[in-house]
Write a protein that binds this ligand. Sequence first.
Ligand code: UDP
Ligand code: MG
Length: 148
Amino acid sequence: METTFVMIKPDGVQRNLIAPILDRFLAKGFTLRGLKFMNVSKQLAETHYADLSSKPFFGGLVEYICSGPVVAIALEGKDVVAQARKIIGATNPLASDPGTIRGAYAIDIGRNVIHGSDSVENGQKELALWFSEGLVDNTPVLRGQIYE
Ligand code: UDP
Ligand code: MG
């Protein structure tokens, strides 16, 4: 089974969107393997977004991610990396389908309420970074109702 890292960003937390956002993934059928309400250090934000360090928006992005608590989430399921990205929607909310999280809840690209890993490999890397203590074992009892 595949795993991915999702993070509700500080704007999503401040706007009381934790429950509706989490519900999209759990109602879909994905399994929760980690859940943390936490502050983000500058070092963690910079490591997480290291690939974007040369971008002009990098400083503002790190400041945004450190501006208040976030919810770090580990999810497991079939094709969960690509599925979560679909549920999240395009980076720029103007391009996100209105049925997606960003399409429903965000307007500006720099306040797009949520992060999701963009590949299986990056999902593994990000989970190791954010959940270095490891994930929680959580076997879905209704597995046969979700997967054929
Ligand atoms: N971002 C931004 N301005 C841009 C592009 C990206 O502020 O022009 C922010 C935005 O919050 C985005 C994050 O940087 O979610 C990471 O960018 P990435 O291209 O990885 O998009 P994502 O994977 O989050 O869709
Ligand atoms: Mg990305």
